[in-house]
Design a protein around this ligand. Structure first.
Ligand code: NAD
Length: 273
């Protein structure tokens, strides 16, 4: 039995990474899913459009587009039970890189903070009128503390944490709120937005050289099995599927139960925050 059966779920950033995996997992559990991303062709390539899966383009930075996406979800599926604010970008760079990074940092603030806010605004009235709803916001361990190289991305995720907590308090038990703070998960598209690869060193501290060696081996397929098997205590690089399993667990709960905050790590990933 799945509590997701017949629920209406809207997921942003749905054509890649965690988003696409989560859409597929929700469909498998009997949910009706509205999958939102920037490009329709990419959505179509990633996901099976059909009676239970609506594909919609919307830029999360555009409040009108987000409103329209949620209205479509309500109209097609008769309501909106769960919103997953998953879309995000990660332009890691140091302050000294500001000449090349400033515009990407502004976009990061728009997507990661205003995008989450636009999602909340788009569903708030509907969920309050329904008397129930669930908002899941993708934060990051980068939102836990400052490390060199992640000022703007980290600040955007710390803002997501506060938006989540404020929504939980203000909606007085009518909207469940879950903050997801994943560790670094290499197998998605997020790393493509990194502006200065050296900026990754901040979250690893003195383990940076060892991390690079491990990641190269994982990506080349030459790593020892104990580093790549989630059944091993040496598991070093969390696979996207492992993270999505935990989001799925958090949203596939009865209405009266909320998993409000989850951090998922690989047991041996060594991040310092
Ligand atoms: P990803 O790049 O694979 O997927 C992100 C998706 O968001 C893409 O499909 C992209 O097209 C979409 N997107 C970007 N900007 C958008 C916009 N303005 N409007 C609509 N869609 C937009 O990345 P991912 O790793 O799957 O990341 C998903 C979320 O998880 C992000 O919020 C990210 O910050 C967070 N996160 C990821 C990691 C990780 O290591 N992968 C760790 C912690 C948190």
């Amino acid at each position: 039995m799945s509590y997701l059966q017949n629920k209406s779920v809207l997921i942003t950033g749905a054509s890649g990474g965690f988003g696409a995996l989560l859409v597929t997992a929700c469909l498998q559990r009997g949910a009706n899913v509205t999958a939102v991303d920037l490009d329709l062709e990419q959505l179509k390539q990633a996901l099976p459009e059909g009676d239970h899966c609506l594909l919609m383009t919307a830029d999360v930075t555009d409040p009108v587009a987000m409103q329209s996406a949620t209205e479509q979800a309500v109209s097609v599926f008769g309501g909106l039970d769960i919103l997953v604010n998953n879309a995000g970008i990660m332009p890691l760079a140091f302050f000294q890189d500001h000449k090349v990074a400033a515009s990407a940092w502004n976009r990061c603030i728009d997507v990661n903070i205003k995008g989450v806010l636009n999602g909340i605004i788009a569903v708030y009235d509907t969920m309050m009128q329904q008397g129930q709803g669930h908002v899941v916001n993708l934060s990051s361990i980068y939102g836990n503390a400052a490390v060199p190289g992640s000022a703007v991305y980290g600040a955007s995720k710390a803002a997501v944490n506060l938006l989540s907590d404020a929504l939980r308090l203000e909606s007085k038990g009518k909207i469940k709120v879950t903050t997801v703070r994943p560790t670094g998960v290499p197998g998605t598209g997020l790393g493509q937005g990194v502006l200065n690869p050296e900026a990754i060193s901040g979250i690893l501290g003195s383990d940076y050289p060892g991390y690079l060696e491990t990641m190269m081996a994982v990506m080349n397929g030459t790593a020892d099995e104990h580093l790549t098997s989630s059944d091993s205590i040496g598991y070093a690089a969390l696979e996207p599927e492992r993270l999505v399993e935990q989001i799925l667990y958090a949203i596939d709960q009865p209405w009266g139960v909320v998993i409000s905050d989850i951090t998922v790590r690989a047991s041996n990933d060594r991040y310092v925050i």
